[in-house]
Design a protein around this ligand. Sequence first.
Ligand code: SF4
Ligand code: SF4
Length: 446
Amino acid sequence: MSSEGNLQAPTRHPLDWKNPEFYDEEKLNVELERVFDICHGCRRCVSLCGSFPTLFDLVDATDDGEVHGVNKADYAQVVDQCYLCDLCFMTKCPYVPPHEWNLDFPHLMLRAKAIGHKKGESNFRDNLLSSTDKIGRFAGIPVVTEVVNAVNHNSMARSVMESTLGVDKNAWLPDFASKTFKQIVTDSTPWEVKNGAKTPGKVAVYATCYINYNEPGIGQDLLQILNHNEIPYALVDKEACCGMPKLELGNLEEVEKLKNINIPQLAKLAKEGYAIVTPIPSCTLMFKQELPLMFPDEADVQLVKEAMWDPFEYLIARKKDGLLKTDFSQPLGKVSYHVPCHSRVQNIGKKTAETLQMIPGTEVNVVERCSGHSGTWGVKKEFHAMAMKIGKPVFKNMANNEPDYISSDCQLAGHHIEQGMSEAGLKSAQMEHPISLVAMAYGLKK
Ligand code: SF4
Ligand code: SF4
């Protein structure tokens, strides 16, 4: 007899993506029907995203109201609405392993996406949007930067982009910086390395494509915070994209190629005793969770997993070691802080909120719900309206109590929230990344 729900902590099985059966479409459909049937009987996740309402609408439209009546070709509609936030697995589902029903909804969606990608279903737009480091390198050429940024803000050009590329003309797109993070970074002061009981005393920063090409100031603020706390830092020299955008597309071969560039460098830093800090939650999650599940037998991937830190996870552990300065000189006032899904599912607790709450004269309104942006998904023409709909409760809650700042660990989500608040006619506030807020509170920036 099966048990009703798990009482044990969820575990996640490795992704068996090198097994030819992983790409067997008939076997996939059998598994989709099994899982959809369990979800139909449960329906706990109906409010999380578009996948579940789409599934339940398909089931409810059948003659007998059962999953077996749903046309298999319509399963793709459910898969398309999933942007792999992992919330259903991590926060809702009682049937995840070790429960005998062994349900991992996001990884089943990933398998379906991988099969679709192998069948050539990813289009030019999808491949382009997921090539974040290639776009960054191209858009980082000075004259190109100006053109790309001008196109971003030109409504006629955006309409053309929408009709030719399928990038929604109303979706916020990031500007490119005139100089990359790697070009403006300053060398670390040679502070003495002070290891704590919980934390290594030196940090290697994996900058991420977004910080390197779009908002290098956030990376600079992180380095200033480390310097203020007398923590020596190094940069990951020749980093490639973490692979999350390719994973979301189901392009697992490309994920492996990127892994082969990043892991040897990161493993070397881990062996040298560095904490590796990554300022974008999706990239941190890639190294903490997805790559270790895709390559469970690679010792270096597991080593990097252990050495990888969210920035605020590191700062709070540093505080517990008695090695974090708390000489905050600037109050921040009222901060509405959004916890992105890829921070929540790291299972590290609300370390960013804890840090902001240490700052005197700072009141933090924590909003813990999906913003709907979800990487490249929310800018696609066919999904942007849904991304704004999913974010509505977040936009409203972020406006509570008239904040001085709005902030999210995921800067893309932050901009999406800013857009949503403005479109909803809600009083917005200055948007700053939490790392920048902490730098401001230390008096390191205005
Ligand atoms: S992983 Fe996120 S987007 Fe995908 S089905 Fe689960 S809750 Fe929805
Ligand atoms: S993923 Fe789990 S919790 Fe969510 S609807 Fe399906 S069975 Fe229920």
